[in-house]
Design a protein around this ligand. Structure first.
Ligand SMILES: [Zn+2]
Ligand SMILES: [Zn+2]
Length: 221
């Protein structure tokens, strides 16, 4: 089978990061580009196969990282930005003209609130943290990728030195579960005098628990 094309930042081998101290991201408009300035390097940069992250033309995966909200500022043509889906957990701010996502922000209670999601490929500055792992790999099937090609996709990530996961990496999933557990315990302390509380917790609206991997995965974004 031919080598799958994953993303331009992956297909020719991964460039190691150099500990960049910040830089600018630009949308793909020919003129009047939206500009976002980042302070410091990004964290947890990774390939993502989910259906919501912005991907460049022809890419099967997105490459996306996080950085603290305070490190992100829109420095030109903010008027061209709109939120792609107001109902989504991550409010993805995209250029209305070219469609590129400049940053994603979480406004509601969530383990990753306080971190913005950004694509370093939108920067001409070099040295950003390299992709560290591949997330939501199996999700590409839901977007039309041939399931027979999945072994080759995972083999390619392995060749590039990246582990493939079908949610996020173990440290991030652990962090999410710890935060959900704390929320769960705080709520349980609050309502422990109610006789039906455990039933309500297990069978109610279900957010932000129960703690099983399935619900956590489904409610992530
Ligand atoms: Zn644009
Ligand atoms: Zn994604």
């Amino acid at each position: 089978m031919t080598t799958p094309h994953l993303h331009p930042l992956l297909d020719n081998g991964i460039q190691a990061g150099t500990g960049i101290s910040g830089g600018t991201l630009h949308c793909k408009c020919a003129t009047d580009k939206v500009e976002v300035t980042l302070k410091g390097d990004v964290l947890h940069n990774h390939a993502c196969g989910c259906s919501k992250c912005w991907k460049p033309e022809g890419a099967v995966f997105a490459v996306i990282a996080v950085t603290p909200v305070d490190n992100v500022s829109v420095t030109a043509h903010a008027d061209k930005l709109h939120i792609v889906d107001e109902s989504a957990t991550i409010q993805r701010h995209a250029c209305k003209a070219c469609g590129v996502h400049l940053f994603g922000r979480i406004e509601k209670a969530h383990p990753f609130k306080g971190l913005d999601f950004v694509h370093v490929e939108l920067s001409s500055d070099k040295g950003w943290q390299a992709p560290q792992f591949a997330a939501f790999v199996s999700s590409i099937i839901e977007q039309g990728y041939d399931p027979k090609g999945m072994d080759a996709v995972r083999a390619r990530f392995k060749e590039l030195g990246l582990e493939s996961y079908d949610v996020l990496s173990p440290p991030l999933m652990d962090a999410i579960c710890v935060l959900y557990l704390r929320t769960f315990e705080a709520l349980r302390r609050t309502i422990k005098t109610r006789s039906t509380c455990s039933n309500r917790i297990a069978g109610g609206s279900g957010r932000p628990f129960p703690l099983g991997a399935g619900p956590v995965r489904e409610t992530l974004w």
